[in-house]
Design a protein around this ligand. Structure first.
Ligand SMILES: NC(=O)c1ccc[n+]([C@@H]2O[C@H](COP(=O)([O-])OP(=O)(O)OC[C@H]3O[C@@H](n4cnc5c(N)ncnc54)[C@H](OP(=O)(O)O)[C@@H]3O)[C@@H](O)[C@H]2O)c1
Length: 331
């Protein structure tokens, strides 16, 4: 396993981190708690020491499962969770952005309770609440850090302008944008900003919600509330283009490196900067390919070849914007 040092944390984070959105069930067609707990334990067995979760993942359920799974193992693991998204009641599955000062304090205490811990290693703003002043939001998280309730602070889904305001109030350690072979907007500004300011980038959707595992076909369907029912990449008009890219990338990975597409996609994320790949898994066997990601690199010529394949096959690209929760009014 490779590691990345996140400023403020007691030990370096594994460069593959377990993503636990699906473990929360909501937007992923449900969850199985015993599989989820076994997956978290297996992640530790394969050298993963960092778990990314959020209150929003299953309205607290993902955090509860992570807390339960890590009892007795807490000191070996870095927990990254988030703030800034709330819901009004247990029966209300509508999430909204909320980073007012009293709410952030409540959100922190709720996360600590669900995670069965007294300190959060990496506390990240999930989605920016534009009705508040970002510098003030930064200052609130900085207070939590000074109080010893949080070790390091990060931001997800923010623009550079928002990051700059936030960083006036807080010592920032990491960023969390969407980033994978098919979703590369972060290359324009977030990755260069992170490099210039020595921040670690936790890349979400590193398998593009399964597209980069090679298991999606034109016939694949998704059950219940699965977000891919509304993901534009998975709709018939675009799915063919992405699957054409998948087929060519699969051949490239196999012929040049003897690797699966999944290992190739994860390696690609790790070879793009000071990154951590967030890998969404909910069954232990899904983590079997972790070892295949380590011990090799994608050379510059192959990086160009990949870009050519993407340009030739995906003629109508689309990003992950469909996932963004409604904005709040700017103050
Ligand atoms: N900050 C944010 O706003 C944000 C947004 C999205 C995600 N995230 C974080 O990033 C993490 C990763 O992103 P993600 O969970 O959305 O998606 P992802 O990691 O790109 O992909 C997850 C998909 O990959 C499949 N998969 C995983 N391992 C596999 C294997 N070995 N073989 C075949 N398929 C495999 C899963 O299959 P199954 O469906 O069969 O389980 C699932 O469909 C999240 O869990 C979360 O922690 C953050």
């Amino acid at each position: 396993m490779e590691h990345a040092s996140i400023h403020g944390l007691p030990f370096p984070a594994s460069r593959i981190a377990l993503g636990t959105w699906a473990i929360g069930g909501w937007k992923w067609g449900g969850t199985d708690e015993s599989d989820a707990i076994a997956t978290i334990h297996h992640a530790l067995d394969v050298g993963i020491n960092t778990v990314d979760t959020a209150p929003a993942y299953g309205f607290g359920h993902s955090e509860e499962i992570v807390g339960k799974a890590l009892e007795g193992r807490r000191d070996r693991v870095l927990i990254a969770t988030k703030a800034g998204m709330v819901w009004d009641s247990v029966n209300d599955t509508k999430l909204r952005r909320e980073s007012s000062v009293p709410s952030l304090r409540r959100q922190l205490e709720d996360s600590l309770r669900r995670l069965r811990t007294d300190i959060i290693d990496l506390y990240q703003i999930h989605w920016p609440d534009e009705s508040v002043d970002f510098e003030e939001t930064g200052a609130v998280l900085e207070t939590f850090r000074r109080e010893g309730k949080v070790r390091a602070i990060g931001l997800s889904n923010c623009t550079v302008q928002q990051i700059e305001s936030f960083a006036k109030g807080a010592t920032l350690a990491s960023l969390q944008p969407p980033y994978n072979l098919f979703e590369r907007a972060a290359e324009k500004d977030i990755l260069p900003y992170a490099k210039a300011h020595d921040l670690v980038v936790l890349c979400y959707g590193s398998l593009c919600r399964g597209l980069l595992t090679g298991k999606i076909t034109p016939e694949t369907t998704f059950k219940g509330d699965d977000l891919r029912n509304n993901d534009p990449k998975f709709q018939p008009d675009r799915r063919g283009q992405y699957l054409a890219a998948v087929a060519r990338l699969q051949t490239l990975a196999k012929e040049k490196f003897g690797k699966s597409l999944l290992a190739f996609a994860e390696r690609w994320v790790l070879d793009r900067g000071n990154t951590i790949a967030l890998w969404g898994a909910r069954r232990p066997e899904q983590l079997a390919p972790v070892a295949d990601v380590m011990g090799w690199h994608i050379d510059e010529a192959t990086m160009h070849e990949i870009d050519d394949i993407l340009t030739e096959t995906i003629t109508d690209p689309v990003g992950p914007e469909f996932m963004a929760p409604p904005r709040t009014q700017a103050a």
